[in-house]
Ligand binder design. Structure first.
Ligand code: PLP
Length: 425
């Protein structure tokens, strides 16, 4: 079947959510980065997070090309909280992206991956002494001041000079889940415009802290361009700076019904607003996380049991221990049986954890799922592994890179021994 035919079929519909390198073999089975789902599962078990390495690299290039062509003095900084894995830091670092870290842990991973510290931007609304000291000693390029205590701490730890940005609350509530909104007036992140004026004055007077400019971040999974435009208007009154870091937040297509702006549409809007409100000589940085990685990865599960009651429950061997997006943000996903790709009857795809809320997808169309078969859930690259946990003693899944038909584990599955490893007896 040609790709054009595929798009109109149920197979094509679900495939449109998978990484760009996904295809089907003759027996209608998923090939992820050229690797068959059943071979991946036979080698690495389930649940497993499968990343299409080419899709990840392509995404980094697309973001950089799109930003550079609209605003040459610019840099794409990947928000590493979206998929904090040393191997992903390494791949995106190789592609030339800067890296946003929030806290010491992400900083350690970035450095371990060989990221040049000057390409790192450090965030955090509660950076400790230890973390500020680590960042300063490592030579982190930019530290984002979130509060006045950050300034005190930086003054204590910086010896020579440190470039900083001030995080501004633009006072804009984007249309997203409240837990994902960060730009509204009562946000715990950043400083109000009035407080920012005080911080800016203090920083300008500092002989150790070099104020390069402003930072803002509206939130995550934002499905329209309007809030981004408004946010630039909101900060324009603070004066002219040489750097503006405009955060991340672009929404992602998780379901057939979602239609977020494309990267190009988002940047048309953002850079259009920058031309209107920011100095032409300024450097512009953006910090995509979700839209960099979400649809480059897929989670593979196996069906453990099927129960027919008021509805038909298909219970898999994972759930809220490897995907908290559903419970935390009500995020809707789609899924398919990996060896019979396409739509079918409606099922409740549920997890194995001891909460009634552990329903991965309520009402998903699957073709006759059977015990032991593989269920593939696309668009699980962002914030799923980030928030993976050991609920019910779950062992966190392995992560596998697939490229040109070759699969390699970059993180192994946790073992039962790992679960006991931190016990002090
Ligand atoms: C400061 C900052 N920048 C960028 C991001 C990335 O956002 P997203 O993953 O929605 O692109 C986040 C995530 O919350 C963030 O806190």
């Amino acid at each position: 079947m040609s790709p054009v035919d595929l798009r109109k079929t149920p197979e094509g519909q679900i495939l449109s959510l998978f990484p760009s390198g996904t295809s089907l073999n003759e027996s209608n089975e998923l090939l992820l980065g050229g690797c068959s789902a059943s071979e991946l599962v036979a080698t690495f078990g389930t649940p497993a997070l499968i990343i299409d390495e080419s899709a990840l690299r392509d995404r980094a290039r697309r973001y950089q090309d799109a930003l550079r062509s609209r605003w040459p003095n610019s840099e794409v900084i990947w928000a590493s909280k979206s998929l904090p894995l040393t191997s992903v830091f390494r791949v995106l670092g190789e592609e030339g992206l800067g890296i946003d870290v929030a806290g010491g842990g992400e900083l350690v991973m970035a450095l371990a991956a060989g990221i040049n510290p000057s390409k790192i931007v450090m965030h955090g609304n509660a950076k400790t002494d230890e973390e500020i000291e680590m960042a300063v000693k490592a030579g982190v390029g930019t530290i984002v001041v979130d509060n006045f205590d950050d300034i005190d701490r930086l003054e204590r730890f910086v010896q020579n000079e440190q470039a900083v940005l001030v995080r501004i609350i633009p006072g804009i509530l984007p249309d997203t889940h409240l837990a994902n909104a960060t730009g509204q007036n009562d946000s715990k992140f950043g400083l109000s415009i009035d407080d920012a004026k005080v911080a800016i004055a203090r920083l300008k007077a500092s002989n150790k802290l070099r104020l390069d400019g402003l930072h803002l971040h509206l939130g995550s999974q934002i499905m329209s361009t309007e809030p981004f435009i408004q946010s630039l208007q909101a900060i324009a009154s603070l004066g002219e700076f040489s750097v503006y870091d405009l955060g991340g937040g672009l929404g992602v297509r998780y379901t057939y019904a979602d239609s977020p702006p494309t990267i190009e549409e988002y940047l048309d809007a953002l850079i259009g607003a920058a031309r209107k409100y920011l100095p032409a000589s300024a450097k512009i940085m953006i910090e995509p996380g979700r839209s960099m990685v979400a649809d480059t990865a897929v989670t593979l599960y196996r069906v453990v049991t099927i129960k027919r009651s008021t509805r038909t429950f298909v219970a898999i061997d994972g759930g809220m221990a490897d995907n908290l997006e559903v419970s935390l943000y009500g995020q809707r996903f789609e899924a398919t049986v990996a060896t019979r790709v396409g739509g079918g009857e409606l099922y409740s795809l549920v997890g194995r954890h001891c909460e009634s809320g552990d329903i991965l997808i309520d009402g998903v169309k699957l073709v006759d799922p059977k015990i032991g078969e593989i269920i593939a859930v696309p668009v699980t690259g962002a914030y799923c592994l980030t928030m993976a946990n050991n609920y019910n003693g779950a062992r966190r899944p392995p992560v596998v890179f697939c490229k040109d038909g070759v699969a390699r584990a970059v993180v192994r599955r946790e073992t039962y021994d790992d679960l006991l490893a931190r016990d002090v007896t």
